[in-house]
Write a protein that binds this ligand. Sequence first.
Ligand code: BG6
Length: 485
Amino acid sequence: MSFPKDFLWGGAVAANQCEGAYNEDGKGLSEADLLLGGNYETPRMFCSHIMKDHFYPSHQAIDFYHHYKEDIKLFAEMGFKTFRTSINWSRIFPHGDDETPNEAGLAFYEDLFKECKKYGIEPLVTLCHYEIPWGIVKNYGGFTSRKTIDLYVRYAKTVFTRYKDLVKYWLTFNEINGATTAMGQYNGIGYVAPEDLASEEPIPLNQLKDDPQKRFEGLHNEFVASALAVIEGHKINPDFMIGCMICHVTWYPLTCNPKDLLETEEKDLMFNDFCGDVQVKGEYNPLAVAYLKNHGIDTSYITDEDLAIIKEGKVDMYTFSYYMSNCVSVDPNAQSIGGNMSMGLKNPYLKASAWGWQIDPDGLKYTLKKLASRYPGVPLMVVENGLGAADSIEEDGRIHDDYRIDYFRDHIKAMGEAIDEGVPLIGYTTWGCIDVVSCGTGEFHKRYGFIYVNRHDDGTGDFSRSKKDSFNWYRKVIASNGEDL
Ligand code: BG6
């Protein structure tokens, strides 16, 4: 296996899932700060105000805000070449539409990025990872408003300018394609229907009123915002590498019934490829537009002026998350299984995690090859991949997470094979390299890290960090550039 010499090995987190300090140093509320914790069976709940006596996982999270020096030192010990995190937009513009940015927020990230550079770690920074300032959600309807495009671009220009010599790799929106499903309406475009906004009672996140017309219009506005950010970013520093970030759920037809294949092709187009096509190729796929029209979406929001912006603001790289594959069938009796944004059907050849996510390293190889063919010459990066599992601590304090090591070994092997077969993969950041709050369930119990954090779903724990067995294993993998698995 031949990983390139300068391959970007590392790990990934998101601000709202690790930082905590949700109201410190001038930070405003973000949409993530209004979500309660849930679990595999119980969905997370949303309420438009903070309810007393409820536990909000993001409010302290793993307190990365106060532990980042210690954590980055541990990442450096593993040999990270890159560290992916996001800027919490509401630390910079607390309400989203403030006249001036919050200096304390800007200073925090400056320090954080300098700390990375001290160890030769390249920051890889997401501008918007499910953490739109609450003021924008409440007052503008998130990205359903054109005004939010301006607010986003101003925010992007502010951080691009401030960190132009510290950060080279940027992602405009995390898992932008989440907004093609109802689950992405809140997290992705930050829209809540007026009746849900007015509710005094918490509402399960998966029961918020879905408005597909607004959702796809909001997604379009994100495409325009992303393209403008790319254009402005390259003016600020022509060396910036700015990427899209797609949640890639790989689909297989459950059977060779041609109808299963047709269904699979449609899901692949609308969930996986629709957004990547717009951001990488700079144009809407006509089949995707036809699909929207056939499903009752008025696409007159796609104007010539916006299309010209989208064409000019193509991304420099394609990055994606990959956790699982799922099957597709027209058979109403086929057995369904979990997923993150988009659910699917059980594959009899695969095992699943305790949270029902099917484990499929071959699917990663297949996906990398598919993407390399679809976007020839465009550098690819896997910016999320990992196993959410409940870890247990032995009496001697050690954590033997061999299941996680197995997961990573198989996926890294699959990446190596894909590279050998011609895929231009430039980096790999494992998800939740240190335990963080789960995005889907709001749990601490669903752990992804090489580093264990003593923090629990009942709000207990002293935030202390300890190394799992996978810590030393990943250090060895990086040191051998993927040879010693
Ligand atoms: C991705 C998100 O969908 O999956 C992350 O970008 C998230 O924010 C990750 O944490 C894993 O999902 P979960 O629900 O297990 O945290």
